[in-house]
Design a protein around this ligand. Structure first.
Ligand SMILES: [Cu+2]
Length: 131
């Protein structure tokens, strides 16, 4: 019985702490702690589909894409079953997790090779080469 009492006491303490934390937290984000960044505006020259895939849960189609400096690329989220993100490996852009129907547009002002991935599916990767 003494063990049970200790567990009950610990649970009570945890509840109090959780309550304090909730009071101190400010709202404003989408609940996942992710704020989209790097989104551009305008018209996309090319579109990458974010689709479901039987082997990797999701995939970017096409996986590799080439663009010219100043071009904009748009990602269209079409996977009805899972959320995905378009997240630059270097952190320069991040769509955060999105559901089917969402779109994310990035303008590439500089030449270079930009690797990106989905934050929750390690096998989902893509590469943009800007010249
Ligand atoms: Cu994904």
């Amino acid at each position: 019985m003494s063990v049970f009492k200790m567990l009950a006491a610990a649970a009570g303490t945890a509840l109090v702490l959780a309550g304090l934390t909730a009071c101190g937290g400010g709202g404003g984000d989408n609940g996942s702690g992710c704020t989209p960044k790097g989104a551009g505006s305008g018209t996309a020259g090319q579109t990458v589909q974010v689709v479901s895939d039987p082997n990797t849960v999701g995939a970017f189609q096409p996986k590799t894409i080439t663009a010219k400096k100043g071009d904009s690329l748009e990602w269209d989220f079409t996977d009805q079953g899972n959320q995905h993100s378009v997240t630059a490996d270097d952190g320069s852009f991040d769509s955060c997790l999105q559901s089917a129907g969402a779109k994310f547009l990035v303008t590439f002002a500089n030449a270079g090779t930009f690797n990106y991935h989905c934050t929750i599916h390690a096998q989902m990767t893509g590469v943009i080469t800007v010249s």
